[in-house]
Write a protein that binds this ligand. Structure first.
Ligand SMILES: [Zn+2]
Length: 257
């Protein structure tokens, strides 16, 4: 489940090949833009790697941009001399039949997206104008503005990429648990104290999870999500509810709002 943190890890994995030339690409012909990508990419030089929310943006030397979105199960893998995240590489099956995009560089290095479910999407010049501000750059003024007037549950709003870009299910649960803010509270109802706690928790814990390896490394990790033990902070019985259509693990004692 690549969230914004995984997209940032993938962006960093591409950085070592900035400056290299693309000699060939293979694109899954189920991709809507397969023909355009096959026509434009070969011969181009990679000149930058950016990220916005869950999207990785590969800048090319003719001002085209290759947009990568990883769906639920896509992974970016850089084979060859550049650093490979061995842990991640070893954690899942890597069947060549699941390669949906294979970009071969002039030195033989390969950047590819492997995706068993085929939900990853590759776009030439993606339109990201509807994405909200990035979740790693939040300030209290930005969050107050983005949540103002919204009556839906806070968690559902935070998952809406047009409000704030980058949050996925695990990162939202972690930030809300760390902040002590209820996922069920109406998003527009947060006072400045709760907004401040939310922004502070995002600013502290999202970068820490990024350095530890991604969205599965918080306190509300996959094991806690599966077993729902007593709250690690106060020992209260934690809840597993569905909010915004997603399984939500939270503590009804210290998460308020
Ligand atoms: Zn608690």
């Amino acid at each position: 489940m690549p969230e914004g943190l995984e997209a940032e890890i993938y962006r960093r994995a591409i950085e070592p090949v900035v400056g290299r030339d693309i000699v060939a690409i293979e694109v899954d012909d189920h991709q809507a833009m397969a023909v355009e990508l096959g026509r434009v990419l070969p011969g181009r030089r990679i000149v930058g790697a950016r990220r916005r929310g869950k999207h990785v943006l590969v800048d090319l030397d003719d001002d085209h941009v290759l947009g990568l979105h990883f769906g639920m199960t896509g992974r970016l893998i850089v084979d060859g001399a550049a650093a490979i995240d061995r842990l991640e590489y070893a954690s899942g099956r890597d069947d060549p039949a699941w390669n949906r995009l294979v970009v071969t560089l002039a030195d033989g290095e390969v950047v590819r997206v492997n995706d068993p479910r085929r939900w990853a999407v590759f776009t030439l010049d993606p339109d990201l104008s509807r994405l909200g501000p990035d979740f790693l750059t939040l300030t209290i003024d930005v969050v107050r503005d983005r949540l103002a007037g919204r009556r839906a549950a806070l968690k559902a709003i935070l998952l809406d990429q047009s409000v704030i870009a980058g949050f996925g299910n695990m990162c939202v649960d972690e930030v809300l648990w760390q902040a002590g803010v209820s996922p069920l509270t109406p998003a527009g109802s947060l006072d400045d104290e709760l907004l401040g706690r939310l922004v502070e928790a995002a600013g502290e814990h999202l970068p820490a999870m990024l350095e530890r390896g991604g969205s599965h490394t918080g306190t509300i990790d996959p094991e806690v999500r599966a077993s729902v033990p007593p709250c690690p902070r106060d020992g209260a019985a934690m809840r597993r509810d569905t909010v915004g259509g997603r399984t939500t693990i939270w503590c009804p004692v210290h998460q308020v709002g």
